[in-house]
Design a protein around this ligand. Structure first.
Ligand SMILES: Nc1ncnc2c1ncn2[C@@H]1O[C@H](COP(=O)(O)OP(=O)(O)OP(=O)(O)O)[C@@H](O)[C@H]1O
Length: 637
């Protein structure tokens, strides 16, 4: 029987960079023609395209799920492009800005009103990345004078449409900055972040009982690029993601799935019954043929799709990575911290976590909470450095009705009360103002809190975890931190090592690649050498960002120097003066074989080469400086 949906025999379109650029140029040309035909007013003032606060509130409410799914990806994207002074922007499907993030707002952008509530539809703004991406349903960069309106000529914008299940266009994700700011890889990064949001949305809303995950290349299953189709118990297709549509060659839109019933057998050359007889085992990979004979690889499982679309998606691996066991990737100092914490767990001993920025202090404290008997109660984090003094007080202790003339006149439950039964995490405790230190001490001694403006003390019970990257003892000596509070919060202090001191970089890289759903990714020798030599001032956070970006840019291939973030390369340049050149090639190394950081590998190589430093550094891809440092740490020098 001929296949009525003519699935494509090349599952994913192979679009080269040139084709991509040509498609964008053609889309911009079409957009200009549309603007001219429709007589878009080139001089329309920006203020005319801003909706009222009430309308904005309605749109925010309508897009609550989208906003929740997009938030973490927007944060990561802004970190990835922090050096470009850009704004990360989320719009709804009409091009109205819902949320912006980043610090790139300069006068030009304000004039162009890159602000929540501003509409960037093509109809209002002429050719622009957001509006044109929505019309063309295409990832698009619009630079300078490619904008239809003259007063947007100073902007560079890259927008990617976001689709919910069944090809339903719901939003755009955009990065906008000044035309003169660095633009390298921006569109690729926005595409990747948009894909993440899309996947999160898909899993949050998809309906169906049996999930089939597939791809033409087996190593892509379980990654961002896998196809996912959900079937009901009778084998009718319910929901499919975009990658799945491409692979099947199904030109599906929102309504066609419900209008046309598509059965498993319409797509695959196998009966539903035979398929089900394989059993639903998510660990088993098997070949599956499309009706036109093309072969895919698949795995099948009972769907974890939520019954109600409102429900939040299951935690992404990134968030769920916070377990003490998972954090142990073999570094002796980190291991010691984990062991010590486990020994005091549930014994009402406050833990002070010390470590440089990005070393994983918050992740570690979440893991302690998750390992404790309080894990089903709230984990409440307060960043003492992020809020001005007046606000921390209200934030921590809360206030009673009438105590404040601020927006929330009804009173506010403080973080301490919110943490009741669970864990209170005071991040950057070294920055807590002296005046509040006395109040906090009282809460800890009396185990009760009195909200501002209230007369009653309310009993509270929580596990206290604090963190700092400062030398608290020095602050105590300088009279900037109360010594009595220092001893109260410091039942046990654990030091998390800086990344450059860790001996488990290889394993850590593997863990991060797994979190990024790219466990099969490989690093070139050059990258391995660069990583080994880097001082990593941003610690694991920086490593995570660098890898995440590199995975996206390498698009499944070997991660090479060209895929590393500019910030990272700039730091390398800055320290190049005293660095040694390392002779490196482009051999792909699986992350698992990155034993170079492992003390055992160093010991063995030293034995093998009779202590010849040059030979060992060559074999391990380490510079001599790094090797000397490691040998010292291992007491082998
Ligand atoms: N063990 C780990 N595995 C994977 N990623 C990690 C790990 N530790 C830290 N990270 C990455 O580093 C980021 C920063 O971690 P975290 O916020 O816990 O650091 P921090 O020490 O609290 O930083 P700061 O002092 O700046 O608040 C995490 O979001 C995650 O991306």
């Amino acid at each position: 029987m001929p296949n009525k949906y003519s699935p494509s025999s090349t599952p994913l379109p192979q679009v080269g960079l040139r084709d991509d650029q040509r498609a964008i140029a053609e889309a911009i040309a079409r957009s200009w023609r549309r603007c001219m035909v429709k007589g878009v007013d080139e001089q329309a003032p920006a203020e005319d395209q801003i909706i009222t606060a009430q309308e904005l509130a309605q749109r925010l409410e309508k897009n609550r799920l989208l906003l929740a799914q997009a938030e973490p990806e927007m944060i990561t994207l802004s970190e990835q492009i922090a050096h470009t002074r850009s704004l990360v922007i989320l719009t709804d499907n009409e091009g109205v800005i819902l949320r912006t993030m980043g610090e790139g707002v300069d006068e030009n952008q304000i004039r162009a009103s890159l602000l929540p509530g501003a509409s960037w539809s093509e109809e209002h703004r002429g050719t622009n990345a957001i509006g044109t991406a929505l019309v063309e349903r295409l990832a698009i960069s619009v630079q300078g004078a490619e904008h239809f309106m003259a007063y947007h000529h100073s902007l560079s914008c890259s927008a990617v449409p976001i689709f919910a299940a069944n090809n339903h266009l719901v939003a755009t994700l955009d990065v906008s900055n000044d035309l003169n700011a660095p633009q390298q890889h921006t569109l690729a990064l926005v595409k990747m972040a948009a894909q993440m949001v899309e996947n999160r949305l898909f899993h949050a809303t998809a309906e169906g009982e049996i999930a089939v995950h597939f791809h033409v290349r087996p190593e892509f299953i379980g990654t961002l690029w896998e196809g996912v189709a959900l079937f009901d118990a009778a084998g009718q297709l319910q929901t499919i993601n975009r990658s799945g549509q491409f692979q099947f060659g199904l030109p599906l839109d929102q309504d066609s799935l419900s209008a046309r019933r598509i059965a498993f057998e319409d797509i695959f050359d196998e009966s539903w019954i035979a398929f089900k007889q394989r059993g639903l085992n998510a660990d088993v990979l098997f070949p599956l043929h499309l009706r036109n004979g093309a072969r895919l690889y698949a795995r099948a499982s009972a769907s974890q799709a939520p019954s109600a679309p409102k429900k939040m998606p299951p935690l992404a691996p990134r968030e769920s990575a916070a377990s003490l066991e998972l954090l142990d990737s073999g570094d002796p100092q980190f291991k010691l911290a984990i062991t010590q914490v486990k020994q005091v767990l549930d014994k009402d001993i406050p833990v002070l976590i010390l470590g440089e920025t990005g070393a994983g202090k918050e992740l570690f404290s979440r893991a302690i909470h998750d390992a404790s008997a309080r894990r089903h109660k709230p984990f409440i984090a307060v960043n003492c450095a992020a809020l001005p003094e007046g606000l921390i007080e209200a934030e921590l202790f809360g206030y009673e009705e009438g105590a404040y003339t601020g927006a929330k006149r009804k009173g506010n439950l403080g973080k301490i009360q919110q943490a009741d039964g669970g864990t209170l995490f005071l991040d950057e405790i070294g920055d807590m103002p002296l005046s509040l230190q006395a109040r906090l001490l009282r809460v800890l001694q009396e185990r009760s809190v009195a909200p501002l403006g209230g007369s009653k003390s309310i009993p509270v019970n929580f596990m206290l975890l604090s963190a700092t990257n400062q030398k608290l003892k020095d602050k105590v000596a300088a009279g900037e931190f109360r010594s009595d509070l220092y001893y109260r919060i410091n039942g046990l202090s654990v030091q998390l090592p800086a990344l450059r001191e860790r001996l488990d970089m290889a394993r850590l890289i593997q863990v991060i690649l797994q979190i990024e759903q790219a466990p099969q990714a490989t690093l070139s020798e050059e990258v391995v050498a660069l990583f080994n030599d880097h001082p990593w001032p941003g610690n694991v956070r920086q490593l995570h960002n660098v890898l995440r970006t590199a995975v996206a840019l390498a698009d499944g291939g070997v991660i090479g120097r060209q895929h590393l973030m500019q910030d990272f390369l700039d730091e390398m340049h800055a320290k190049k003066a005293d660095a040694e050149p390392s002779a490196v090639g482009m051999t792909a190394l699986p992350a698992a074989s990155l034993k170079v950081q492992n003390d055992e590998a160093i010991r063995q190589a030293m034995l093998q080469h009779g202590g010849n430093i040059s030979a060992v550094s060559r074999q391990l891809g380490l510079s001599r400086n790094t090797l000397y440092r490691r040998l010292k740490a291992l007491n082998l020098s």
